[in-house]
Design a protein around this ligand. Structure first.
Ligand code: COA
Length: 316
């Protein structure tokens, strides 16, 4: 089986910065509560005139430049999102047009909530194995401020907007990313209605229940990926976690005794950006030189659906 490796990364970050003090003008909350309970100090929201398509295309363009890959080399483009500007055309079709990807590029969006980027990476590995062109664009992009319930202080302080992208290369010489993905279909504790008549399409979340799910899902995914790859924690160069709450990451780090130089948190800067969260981390790590050619990165995600996943991803 062919495997994939990351060749380039990029991100598109909205210009409007919303601080915790700004949130305290909307709901009864405080910087102290938000920082200690979540690790978030601010988040980015789309400014007037900006669209999530702009951010998605920007992230993709930067990832291509960073990889030294041209649009005509791309065989597939998958965007993980639940908040594309339009349902049709998909975000991926908009990227095709803006970047001039070849007309026979496979382009579609995929929704696995906050685990979407991992679902998209796995999908890309399968797609490129059957493609004549060996490069693919995997993007996570969200405009969560559009579906935020601004009357609910338990959720509105959490979410941010943004987009992150990677260019992957497929080769029979590469190991599979050994993606481990799962789902337990329930809308009890986390949902965005959308299709239910008369119900506003806003995020509903019972935070404490989701927190409990997350702290079990993260080690489960780590264990599964290590078992499938025959690796140990020491074999992993870097751990990338979905940024939903700094405390969830801290618990995992403590459990596996992961040294500080091997994991990263940027939730203070972005909040929870759902499918964009993991590629935003990967793009910053890559830019800072913390990961690069040869790095072996264990990526873990979890979220609505409920969904969860992990993979061991290398840089080319
Ligand atoms: N500011 C101040 N107080 C707040 C608040 C806010 N923004 N939001 C909630 N509170 C209050 C609650 O009303 C509650 O008050 P009460 O005890 O008087 O009823 C108290 O703080 C505790 O609320 P609770 O919801 O139990 O807090 P928590 O410690 O569970 O933290 C989250 C809430 C949302 C930060 C946390 O549950 C979380 O991060 N969950 C996981 C979210 C997640 O991973 N989601 C994404 C999946 S992708």
């Amino acid at each position: 089986m062919n495997g994939i490796k990351i060749r380039g990364t990029g991100r598109g970050v909205p210009s409007k910065v919303v601080t915790n003090a700004d949130m305290a003008k909307i709901v009864e909350t405080s910087d102290e509560w938000i920082t200690t309970r979540t690790g978030i100090s601010h988040r980015h929201h789309l400014a007037e005139g900006e669209t999530i398509t702009d951010m998605t295309v920007l992230a993709a363009r930067r990832a291509l430049e960073n990889a030294g890959v041209t649009p005509d080399q791309i065989g597939a483009c998958v965007v993980a999102t639940l908040t594309a500007d339009t349902q049709v055309p998909s975000a991926a079709c908009r990227v095709q047009r803006e970047l001039g990807l070849p007309h026979d590029t496979v382009c579609f969006d995929l929704n696995a909530a906050c685990t979407g980027f991992l679902y998209a990476l796995h999908t890309m590995e399968c797609l490129l194995g059957a493609s004549e062109r060996k490069f693919g664009l995997v993007i996570g992009a969200e405009n969560l401020s559009r579906i935020t319930n601004w009357a609910d202080r338990g959720t509105c302080i959490l979410f941010g907007d943004g987009a992150g992208a990677v260019v992957v290369e497929c080769s029979p010489a590469y190991e599979s990313i050994h993606a481990f993905l799962g789902c337990h279909g329930t809308d009890e504790m986390l949902r965005v209605p959308g299709v239910e008549k008369g119900v506003p399409s806003l995020v509903y979340m019972e935070g404490t229940k989701v927190f409990k799910f997350a702290v079990e899902a993260v080690p489960y995914c780590i264990d599964q990926v290590l078992a499938r790859t025959g690796k140990t924690v020491d074999d992993v160069d870097f751990f990338v976690f979905h940024q939903a709450n700094a405390r969830i990451i801290d618990l995992a780090v403590r459990k596996y005794r992961i040294p500080q130089e091997k994991y990263y948190k940027n939730i203070n800067e972005y909040g929870n950006t759902s499918a964009a969260s993991i590629p935003l981390v990967i793009s910053e790590l890559h830019e800072q030189g913390k990961v690069g050619p040869g790095s072996r990165v264990l990526v873990v995600g979890f979220g609505g659906g409920l969904t969860w996943g992990g993979a061991l991803v290398e840089f080319a």
